[in-house]
Design a protein around this ligand. Structure first.
Ligand code: G
Ligand code: G
Ligand code: MN
Ligand code: NA
Length: 248
C-alpha cells in the first residue's frame, strides 16, 4: 500500500484524532479558546508528526478530505462543550487547498446550525503560504469574515506576506511563530514582528510559550494571548475539558 492509501484509509475509517491546545490571555492566565490539532496514532502506539501527514495530504490531494474529517471531529468532540461556553472558541487550521475547494464554508454553516453555535466560536488559521494566490485567498477570507468567523494568520513572520496585503484582508489575529518566541530573550527580531502587528492594529497570539521569562517578556511587549507548554500541551478531548474547567 502506498502512503497515500494508508492515509486515505485512516481518513475514511475516521482513525485520525483531534487534540486541543489551550489559548490563554497572558495577563489573566485565563483560557479564551483552543487550537484543534490533528493527531494520527500508528499501530505501534506512536504518533506520526502532523508535519509529515499534513504534507502527505497536501502532496496527494487529500487535504479537503482530511480537513472535512477534522472539522467533523471538532464538533463531535467539542460541540456540546462550546454550547455550554459561548465565550470560548476553537481555531481550525486550513491549508491552501481548503481555500480552493470551497467545501469548508458550507460544512461549517451546517454544523454550526446543527449544534446551534455562533460562528464566532470557530476561528480559522491560515498560514502565510495560504496567500500564495491572492485571487483565491482574498475572496475565501472575505467569505469567512462575512459568515462571522475570525481569521488567524499562523506562523506569522516566517512567510512573505506584505504588510499592505495583510491590511487589505480583514484579518483578526496574528500568531507569532514559535521560532520568534524562542528568541525573545536573546535576539532582536521579535520586537519588529510585534511592531508590525501593532501597526496593523492586530492582536497577537504567541505560539510555543515555554517559560515564565518568555511570558514576562511577551506581556511587557503588549502581546495579548499565548499558547504553549507553559500552559498545556495539546490534549485529547477529556483531558482538555478537565484542564479548561480549572482555567476558564
Ligand atoms: O502542534 P503540531 O506538532 O501538532 O502541529 C504541526 C503542524 O501541523 C503545525 O504547523 C500545524 O499547524 C499543522 N496542523 C496540525 N493539525 C492540522 C490540521 O488539522 N490541518 C492543517 N492544515 N494543519 C494542521
Ligand atoms: O499550527 P502550528 O504549526 O503553529 O502548530 C503548532 C505546533 O507547535 C504544534 O506542533 C504544537 O504541538 C507545537 N507546540 C505548541 N506549543 C509548543 C511549545 O510550547 N513548545 C514546543 N516545542 N512545541 C509546541
Ligand atoms: Mn496553527
Ligand atoms: Na504556527
Amino acid at each position: 500500500q502506498s502512503p497515500r492509501q494508508v492515509l486515505l484509509e485512516a481518513i475514511n475509517t475516521r482513525e485520525l484524532e483531534v487534540y486541543f491546545q489551550p489559548i490563554v490571555a497572558l495577563n489573566s492566565g485565563r483560557m479564551v479558546g483552543a487550537e484543534a490539532l490533528a493527531r494520527w496514532r500508528q499501530p505501534d502506539g506512536s504518533y506520526l508528526s502532523p508535519d509529515v501527514f499534513i504534507t502527505l495530504a497536501e502532496q496527494t490531494g487529500l487535504t479537503p478530505k482530511l480537513t472535512a474529517l477534522i472539522i467533523d471531529k471538532v464538533f463531535e468532540d467539542m460541540g456540546s462543550w462550546l454550547r455550554q461556553h459561548p465565550d470560548q472558541h476553537i481555531s481550525i487550521n486550513l491549508a491552501p487547498a481548503d481555500l480552493l475547494s470551497g467545501a469548508v464554508p458550507p460544512q461549517l454553516s451546517r454544523l454550526l446550525n446543527d449544534w446551534q453555535l455562533s460562528p464566532s466560536q470557530i476561528a480559522l488559521e491560515l498560514t502565510e503560504r495560504g496567500f500564495a494566490d491572492p485571487c483565491v485567498s482574498a475572496p475565501a477570507i472575505a467569505g469567512f469574515r462575512r459568515a462571522g468567523h475570525a481569521i488567524y494568520i499562523d506562523d506569522f513572520g516566517t512567510g512573505y506576506s506584505s504588510l499592505s496585503y495583510l491590511q487589505d484582508l480583514d484579518i483578526d489575529i496574528l500568531k507569532i511563530d514559535k521560532s520568534f518566541v524562542d528568541a525573545v530573550e536573546h535576539k532582536n527580531v521579535t520586537p519588529h514582528i510585534i511592531e508590525m502587528a501593532k501597526s496593523l492594529n492586530l492582536a497577537m497570539v504567541a505560539e510555543g510559550v515555554e517559560t515564565e521569562g518568555q511570558l514576562e517578556w511577551l506581556r511587557r511587549h503588549g502581546v495579548q494571548f499565548g499558547q504553549g507548554w507553559l500552559y498545556s500541551k495539546a490534549l485529547p478531548k477529556e483531558a482538555f475539558i478537565q484542564w479548561a474547567e480549572n482555567n476558564i
